[in-house]
Ligand binder design. Structure first.
Ligand code: ATP
Length: 212
């Protein structure tokens, strides 16, 4: 059983740049967002299931899912959100489990933006790494990247766990409030720690996940 480090953080906190930094060190990454896309891509079981449940409006002009329409629909309607999640989550979990089972390194990273909010993957991770930066910095980075208005970003942040609660549940924190260059030393230190923890976990899996 591989040692799995869960990577999470609020919108725009820097999960992708941090995952990329670990990947450069040869660490394998499984990504819940990518898995969600993959299982609902055209021709995949999640695609047909969503169109059957939500109707032709869920289909974009190119035949793929209209992800913008779906996002708006479930954002406004908790019942619709639950229906979508019930369809896709089992497929996503199975895909991630298969990816993790294929890892070759001593540990890998499972990137899950809503790890704490959803809760359905917390039991799969031995340790949680939170990427953190001040909320104003999150807003500035996301507006610069996506063209979303600051209020839209703040509305998304309001639907996520508050920063202090996320930090309280972290085993490790990467401070991404500074320049990109400040990430490498933090990632290098954690890489050494995770290799150590993974080596212990390989000897005694039950103890390796103790105290989380
Ligand atoms: P999302 O939650 O939207 O998937 P994320 O947590 O994966 O976002 P990134 O995509 O890694 O966050 O970073 C958000 C944006 O901020 C990107 O455009 C990225 O290039 C930029 N960024 C991340 N960290 C820094 C930094 N330390 N300095 C400057 N820009 C940064």
């Amino acid at each position: 059983m591989p040692y799995v480090v869960g990577l999470t953080g609020g919108i725009g906190s820097g999960k992708t740049v941090v995952a990329d930094a670990f990947a450069e060190l040869g660490v394998e990454i499984a990504d819940a967002d990518a898995a969600a896309h993959a299982v609902s891509a055209r021709g995949e079981p999640g695609h047909a299931a969503v169109i059957e449940a939500f109707g032709p409006q869920a289909r974009a002009a190119d035949g793929g899912l209209d992800r913008g329409w779906l996002r708006r629909t479930v954002f406004a309607d908790p019942v619709a959100r639950a229906r979508l999640e019930a369809l896709l989550h089992p497929l996503i979990l199975a895909r991630l489990a298969a990816e993790i089972a294929a890892w070759r390194g001593p540990y890998g990273i499972l990137s899950v933006p809503l790890l704490f909010e959803r809760g359905n993957l917390t039991s799969r991770v031995a340790r949680v790494l939170v990427v953190d930066c001040p909320e104003d910095v999150q807003v500035a980075r996301v507006t610069a990247r996506s063209g979303l208005a600051a209020e839209e970003v703040r509305a998304i942040m309001a639907a996520q766990l508050p920063r202090a609660q996320r930090l309280a549940r972290a085993d490790d924190v990467i401070d991404n409030g500074g320049p990109l260059a400040a990430l490498a030393p933090q990632v290098t230190r954690l890489h050494a720690l995770y290799r150590d923890l993974a080596a212990r976990f390989a000897l005694e899996p039950a103890r390796g996940s103790e105290g989380q």
